[in-house]
Design a protein around this ligand. Sequence first.
Ligand code: NOJ
Length: 564
Amino acid sequence: MSEWWKKSVVYQVYPLSFNDSNNDGVGDLKGIEEKLPYLSKLGIDVVWLNPIFESPLVDNGYDISDYEKILPKYGTMDDFLSLLKEAHKLNIKIILDLVVNHTSNEHRWFKESCKGKENPYSDYYIWKDPREDGSEPNNWGSTFGGSAWEYVPSRGQYYLHCFAKEQPDLNWDNPKVRQSIYKMMTKWFELGIDGFRMDVISLISKNPEYPNAPKEVPYTKSYYVGASNGPKVHEYLHEMNEKVLSEYDVMTVGETPNTTSKQALLYTNPNRKELDMVFHFDHMHLDYGKYGKFSDIKFKMSDLRNVLSKWQKDLAEGWNALYWSNHDQPRAVTRFGNDEKYRDKSAKMLATLLHFMKGTPYIYEGEEIGMKNVPFDSLNDYRDIETKYFIEDLRNNSEPEEYIRKCVYLKSRDNARTPMPWNGNEKEGYGFSNGKPWIKYSPDNKNINVEDALKNPNSIFYYYQKLIKLRKSMAIITEGDFKLLNKDDSDVFSYVREMEEKKLVVICSFASKKVNFELPKELVKHISNSRLIISNYDDSNLELPQKLPLCLRPFESLAYYIEE
Ligand code: NOJ
């Protein structure tokens, strides 16, 4: 296979919030198709669509009730095929979200499974008898609150759900489940899709002993003890590869919570024939607090550097999926940059750092115009199931409202889910919809929107466009080896990519003041052969100045190419 995904940049579209073509307040497939020229202008190669399948939308589509039908709110199968065809004409590939750790409780398989132990779908899910006192089989909690087990009187048993109770976990140990999933995947590939992002794929194999979690483990993630990187996960993914993936020239990216870089290598080492790359969470955990994700803690640059460079090193034989944000995370510029005075500079700096590391970069919709977290007026404005659970939980713990508001503002998934602002006109629904949007618009849309970005040649949009173009013209960006520089610098994250005699030196300041940067001695001697290929200040020196150390301005980023 051609490994085209190594040279690609992926753009993530959250269909609910991208573009509404029929003014019902919800984005749709026709709306996405209308915006393909915009994506083509940005220069991306692949679009990843969050789930577009039939669903009761308890978890915005991650609860699928029919894998082979399009959610009517999004359109029809013909709309999807038209989107795929038009995207292909523009050389844009489409990958879909494969959510097969669980289904919706409205899925036909689950409804049948509930009927009783004799039903052909009886073992499609994970059913366990109650303990002697009638309680849950073990002490696992679920991601969105409450026990991970739900009792069904018709079976006199509990079923497992690592997420909401409306998202029962499939039983991958049942070969019929695996066959049904492979068949469904094959149907989508035969329609011409270009790959899958695989939801929580590290959870599909469970430890058959279903051990209790130690008390210290946070309740909502306690199922990790027996549900992440389970005994057969690699066997099943290898089987999936053999039976389905190997038949097509497609890409796969697994979402792998609770996975170390060593385990990730098992998923992504090409010799093992499992997945092409995985999303890890180590850099997403740097600002966790006593309630886990919802905290008001700020990450430390040195921790970020340690984590990202470790993954670069440990996955040298595999492949990294590079991301700052997605539909489950706050906005990158708010979290890792400075979304006020230095929004423009820090958004560009973050883009530089990410796009020049080794791996496939992912852009989350709106990141390319520097969208930031959303200051909703009231906690009632939030729509997300995870956020709602957190608010309730903290209120039960008598945390002050102000603290809850702050954590929600900093971490809610809804920060990433407000509609794309195509223009700055509130009366036109910011170009997203003429109907009432399913979630409020961000009040920042007047100043941060696509129309303005496209008019300004120095915008974040055009900076991303330039980064993507560079990837197409310089093999070192895809292939070069990664080496961290100045690992003790308190403000600057710098590294070099090396290929044959060529080098790409990337220097990114995280400071909001001027700082000096010492270029390592081994690079100083190459100064005369260097060329600045991109920087986020217009007047950066085009050649490495003879006068060292470099003085970097707030959030300045520089990338020098050195050819011997
Ligand atoms: C990860 C998805 O990205 C998230 O949005 C979803 O809630 C869970 N998996 C459950 O499917």
